[in-house]
Design a protein around this ligand. Structure first.
Ligand code: GLC
Length: 536
């Protein structure tokens, strides 16, 4: 059998792919994040569903994604839109059924697309039967499955930990029935599980097994750094606003045990949402080779649009990582403003070039392949407590002028308004335009699948002058590709290092105005925000 991702069909035509025998599937191409509520709705209730994902698998095949990561679709009261899980082993009826899920797995695998699901280990919903039991009495056997504590005095929580959501305030809620406080790192409806309790850990391991048995290829682990907390529940350390309670050595034993569970099944992968802003700490989750396979790099996500900041983040990953660590590059997900809104439309195209051509696995959030900006959400349509509605707006599949406001996402009333750019940036229109961002992404994805140098080649930084980020990818066969991105808002000249003189062939530019297939490296100028990929 062919290794997954080795061959993907585009219509009748078969593209020649690099031999991928020795590269793990999760290093070959992009992993595409689907936020199911906003991807495609098949039953007209205005909320996307699993059948919608299955219906669009051919679109994802044409994008040559290696895998999809599905944000939570489990049974949930939806206080945090699914990140509050009431049953880890069932599909919420708004998204479909377990049968729909099984069908999706089969159909994805039939197209050589792997499937990752979101594993939410830090907290459950307050409606989860474990918590319902836990809060029922201090003597309940599930009491110590969650973090219950006495306060420090009348109306004073056990410590000063804040919820990750500013609007929530403190991370503790007093429960009158049993006169104790419970910890919730997010909403009060998301009580934190107590991973110091081995029964909790065992139960969560069984959740992983349940989904592995159903055929998933791996997990994205939600806020994984939080499953080991300071046992003394100490107050935050000043100047470390995000990481105060999250730097516990026990995390590594717990990750090794999670890894052992998924290693009971062949070829499974773990990628962690390691929300730490210190790269050295992040790398401790992947450097030993027996914990996570990949860690999302939030240092990268928070960079300003500045070539030297990107240079430093990329080089420091290379400097701090061990042989077994592999980068996971992403600049967008369902929790952060979209790239086109943060950096600009042209910059969003350059970012795609960066993600696909840097050494590492690109993670693409649904809609980034279209260059979508955030949607404008009127105050009366706001639903998220933490301001994340704009990036979660549904995908425009077709022009609203043809289909109505649902833009091919739904025939009903979309749960969030779509971006006002839907008329120009919808999938159907971009699919037919050579210079669209969707066509650019398809070309990048095709190159990534065809070029061993882009998958596993060595990477060397190139000093090309102010405002330019440049790097070489060198394949085992000696083939070399040069990528350059201009971060400036106007034209910049490429300062050619002595060992790169001569001409190069244009593989791709993010600037549709660039046409000439041959370029002289001694005399190369990049347009504002242009990204280039050249063959040397
Ligand atoms: C992660 C998710 C976010 C969610 C939070 C709590 O950060 O990405 O959407 O609100 O965890 O589960």
């Amino acid at each position: 059998m062919l290794p997954a991702c080795r061959q993907v069909r585009l219509g009748a035509e078969e593209v020649g792919y690099a031999s991928t025998m020795s590269i793990p599937w999760w290093q070959q191409g992009a992993i595409y994040q689907i936020y199911p509520r906003s991807f495609a709705d098949t039953d007209g209730d205005g909320v996307g569903d699993l059948r919608g994902v299955t219906d669009r698998l051919d679109y994802l095949s044409e994008l040559r994604v290696c895998a999809i990561w599905l944000s939570p679709f489990y049974r949930s009261p939806m206080a945090d839109f699914g990140y509050d899980v009431a049953d880890y082993r069932d599909v919420d009826s708004i998204f479909g059924t377990l049968e729909d899920f099984d069908h999706l797995v089969d159909e994805a695998h039939a197209r050589n697309i792997k499937l990752l699901v979101d594993f939410v280990p830090n907290h459950t919903s307050d409606q989860h039967p474990w918590f319902v039991e836990s809060r029922s009495s201090r003597k309940n056997p599930k009491r110590d499955w969650y973090v219950w504590r006495d306060g420090r005095g009348a109306n004073l929580p056990p410590n000063d930990w804040p919820s990750a959501f500013a609007a929530v305030g403190r991370a503790w809620t007093f429960d009158k029935a049993t006169a104790q406080w419970y910890l919730h790192s997010f909403l009060p409806q998301q009580p934190d599980l107590d991973w110091d309790n081995p029964d909790v850990e065992a139960a969560m391991h069984d959740v992983l097994r349940f989904w592995c048995e159903r055929g998933v290829d791996g997990f994205r682990i939600d806020v994984v750094q939080k499953i080991a907390k300071d046992p003394l529940l100490r107050d935050p350390r000043p100047a470390e606003p995000i990481t105060w309670e999250d730097w516990q050595p026990t995390i590594h034993e717990r990750l090794r045990r999670l890894r052992t569970v998924v290693d009971e099944y062949p070829d499974r992968m773990l990628v962690g949402e390691v929300y730490l802003l210190d790269l050295q700490r992040v790398l401790a989750y992947v450097n030993t080779g027996d914990e996570l396979h990949l860690a999302h790099n939030f240092v990268f996500l928070h960079l300003p649009w500045d070539a030297s900041a990107f240079r430093a983040a990329i080089d420091s990953f290379e400097a701090l990582s061990s042989e077994s660590a592999w980068p996971a590059w992403f600049l967008a997900n369902h929790d952060h403003a979209r790239v086109a809104s943060r950096f600009g439309a042209e910059q969003a195209r350059a970012v795609l070039l960066m993600l696909y051509t840097l050494r590492g696995t690109p993670f693409v959030f649904q809609g980034e392949e279209l260059g979508l900006p955030d949607a404008e959400i009127p105050p009366d349509r706001v639903v998220d407590v933490d301001g994340r509605d704009p990036e979660r707006a549904p995908i425009p599949w077709r022009a609203p002028s043809e289909t109505g406001p649902g833009a091919g996402f739904t025939t009903g009333e979309p749960w969030l308004p779509l971006t006002s750019a839907a008329e120009e940036l919808n999938v159907s229109r971009q699919a037919d335009e050579h210079d669209s961002t969707l066509s650019l992404t398809r070309r990048l994805a095709t190159l990534r699948m065809a070029e061993r140098a882009l998958q596993s080649g060595e990477q060397r930084s190139v000093d090309a002058g102010d405002d330019l980020l440049a790097w070489l990818r060198i394949g085992e066969d000696g083939k070399e590709l040069l990528a350059v991105v201009n971060f400036a808002e106007d034209e910049r000249g490429f300062r050619c290092p002595p060992d790169l003189r001569g001409t190069a062939r244009l593989e791709l530019s993010t600037d549709p105005a660039r046409r000439s297939p041959e370029l002289s490296l001694d005399d190369l100028r990049l347009a504002a925000a242009e990204g280039l990929l050249l063959r040397l």
